[in-house]
Ligand binder design. Sequence first.
Ligand SMILES: Nc1ncnc2c1ncn2[C@@H]1O[C@H](COP(=O)(O)OP(=O)(O)O)[C@@H](O)[C@H]1O
Ligand SMILES: N[C@@H](CCOP(=O)(O)O)C(=O)O
Length: 322
Amino acid sequence: MAVYTDVSDEELESFIASYDIGALTSFKGIAEGVENSNYLVHTGSGRYILTLYEKRVRPDDLPYFLALMEHLAARGLSCPLPVHDREGRTLRELAGRPAALISFLEGLSLRRPGIEHCAGLGQVLAQFHIAGADFPMARGNDLSLPGWQALYDDVKENADTVIPGLKDEIARELAHLETHWATGLPVGVIHADLFPDNVFFLDDKVSGLIDFYFACNDMLAYDVAVCLNAWCFEPDASFNVTKRRAMLQAYELERPLTEAELAALPLLARGAALRFLLTRTYDWLNTDANALVKTKDPAEYLRKLRFHQRVTSYRDYGLGEH
Ligand SMILES: Nc1ncnc2c1ncn2[C@@H]1O[C@H](COP(=O)(O)OP(=O)(O)O)[C@@H](O)[C@H]1O
Ligand SMILES: N[C@@H](CCOP(=O)(O)O)C(=O)O
């Protein structure tokens, strides 16, 4: 359960009173999520999500995330809308943390997405990339190469206690990516964490996207690589080419990938696997045992990384034939 910061009834009542959304009727902590504290809040006018931003979110980045949600919603993408208080503010403070209230999105995330869900994801990912094209703010990806190196420096001493041999394996991969990392590909706003738990479905159709707190400006194809990793592997660690095909075909109906992007996908997928291996290893080593959060398994991303290391050409993913 991701609730790191407790909020008292009195604090929340007076916080909600500064919005035009009716009085607080009830609230409870939300079990899902890893990064921030989330509460489901009921008021006289309906349901809202209250987020208190925790460790990995830099307060200076919050205006980018909140403005991005407003920008995407204005372009027809289904995502939460930050609620403005009576003074027009979306970013506030509560219980000593930066905080925002956002609209509640209908739908459910899927534990085991099927082929049609991968197609839905591919379409909405491309729509996100297109809708973000004229977003006027910019934010670098602090979880790309330099960020991975910094995370590695933080975890290397104890990495082998998480998985034997992990320290050297990550060092070798970092060295490879430092030398070969892609450049010159189309860039724009990316979600950067569009895992199945951040995509809601209703009747097997995407009903909306949440959790924009890793969004940044980077290579669009890197976002595709994050999704290949998160959506196209089976629980037994096998790569599902049919899901990959469904996802990319749907993506390309909205935004065709260039030859250079397709060719770079195996490398980008290695980078994306390393990124989540590193953050999961960091969290494994640093999450307080009393924290109400379910820490995610680093080994899952080591298996995905090893899979991509064995790929010699993008045709090994069944790419280039869709
Ligand atoms: N706008 C929303 N509408 C409905 N539920 C939401 C919304 N935002 C978050 N949630 C719920 O809160 C959970 C955690 O949200 P998320 O943004 O993924 O947290 P974290 O940033 O901590 O990972 C989601 O899995 C979902 O159940
Ligand atoms: N998707 C990341 C963890 C971030 O959690 P989220 O709840 O913000 O999606 C992972 O799986 O490691």
